[in-house]
Design a protein around this ligand. Structure first.
Ligand SMILES: *Cc1c(COP(=O)(O)O)cnc(C)c1O
Ligand code: SF4
Length: 338
């Protein structure tokens, strides 16, 4: 599903997803400029030099509204000075991932399912990401550790689902994904393959024919959990990609993070659920922000989360209401917020 991405007004050319992926915006000033914003009249300050680099695919930038410095998509990817704020409540591994690592890159926290960090790479860098400090270079199993990962899963018949995560697993090539899927489907007690990816949202061209073919050819039941936080992220291209995936028998769910100034209003959460439904995607989780250092300015407290949910339940059918959860290190599942 190649599409046309304008690099500039007079430079349209068809590109494949790899070049879309590589050609991301890496300088916040370029994004500001593209959105026709005055860098000296922003209602916030930019972060001068940030260890978590800027990365925004052009496709995603095009979904933003020009001239609006508080665009809900822009705020998710623009490094503001608030990221420098240090608070003892905000730490580098808020969800205890490193304690759940059973083989480098393989997290076994919950019964029946394991999560595989397939790559550290993402198409977009979300400023609130709880993995922004994760030591990916040490926990990238696919270079050397795949045999150990496979033998761990093979030795535990209680595991029936593998979640490919990251980073973003769809950053990998189709060929690499196919190798991983082939190794996994050879393990008889596995019946579900889940992918957690933001690529369908930020770069729908990633959902190409070849990927669809691999996902529909496997004997494993495939679940794709996309990650959209705002209705404005549900593009025509995403809807088309989702329709194709649905036809291929893939179960489509969405997870979001509750983010201050992005989606912490009943109207935005409602519009998001409705837009997802039009794309054939059901809302799954709405996460309270993980307290990762550098993301404090996105916090919505539990009380506001609860009252938003209360209102949302009144306005939507039950199947369009996501579960509000938080991740508590050491717990046996994500914790419902009640
Ligand atoms: C979130 C998560 C899962 C999946 O949890 P579900 O409730 O099944 O969606 C599995 N493993 C880890 C380490 C996770 O963080
Ligand atoms: S795509 Fe996901 S893993 Fe990557 S930066 Fe965004 S939230 Fe984090």
């Amino acid at each position: 599903m190649a599409h046309m991405i304008p690099r500039s007004a007079d430079d349209y050319q068809p590109v494949d997803w790899q070049s879309d992926y590589a050609n991301a915006i890496k300088d916040p000033r370029e994004l500001i400029d593209y959105l026709q914003l005055d860098p000296n009249a922003l209602p916030y300050q930019l972060s001068p030099n940030n260890s978590f680099a800027t990365r925004v695919p052009w496709f995603y930038a095009e979904l933003m509204h020009k001239g609006d410095p508080c665009d809900p998509l822009l705020l998710q990817v623009l490094s503001r000075i608030d990221e420098e704020e240090v608070s003892p409540k905000y730490v580098s591994d808020p969800v205890g991932d490193l304690n759940a690592e059973v083989v480098p890159g393989l997290l076994h926290k919950y019964h029946g399912r394991v999560l595989l960090i397939t790559t550290g790479a993402c198409a977009v860098h979300c400023r609130y990401c709880f993995r922004r400090h994760f030591p990916y270079t040490h926990s990238n199993p696919l270079k050397t550790e795949l045999p150990r990962v496979l033998s761990y899963i093979n030795d535990d018949p209680g595991i029936n689902e593998v979640i490919l995560s990251g980073g973003d697993p769809l950053s990998l090539s189709n060929e690499r994904l196919r190798q991983i899927i082939t190794s996994l489907e050879a393990i008889p007690h596995l019946h579900t393959l889940r992918l957690h990816s933001r690529l369908p949202v930020v770069l729908p061209s990633r959902m190409d024919r070849d990927l669809l073919d691999s996902l529909s050819a496997t004997r494993l039941k495939v679940v794709l959990v996309i990650h959209a936080n705002h209705a404005q992220e549900i593009s025509t291209e995403l809807v088309l990609a989702c329709k194709t995936m649905q036809t291929a028998g893939i179960t489509l769910l969405n997870q979001s993070v509750l983010l201050k100034d992005v989606n912490n209003r009943v109207s935005s959460l409602k519009a998001l659920s409705q837009a997802l439904f039009r794309a054939g995607v059901l809302p799954y989780y709405l996460h309270l922000l993980d307290k990762v250092a550098g993301a404090g300015h996105f916090e919505v407290d539990r009380q506001q989360g609860l009252s938003l949910m209360h209102e949302l339940r009144k306005q939507l059918p039950g199947y369009l209401v996501p579960r509000l959860v938080s991740e508590v290190a050491g717990e046996a599942s994500k914790q419902p917020v009640i």
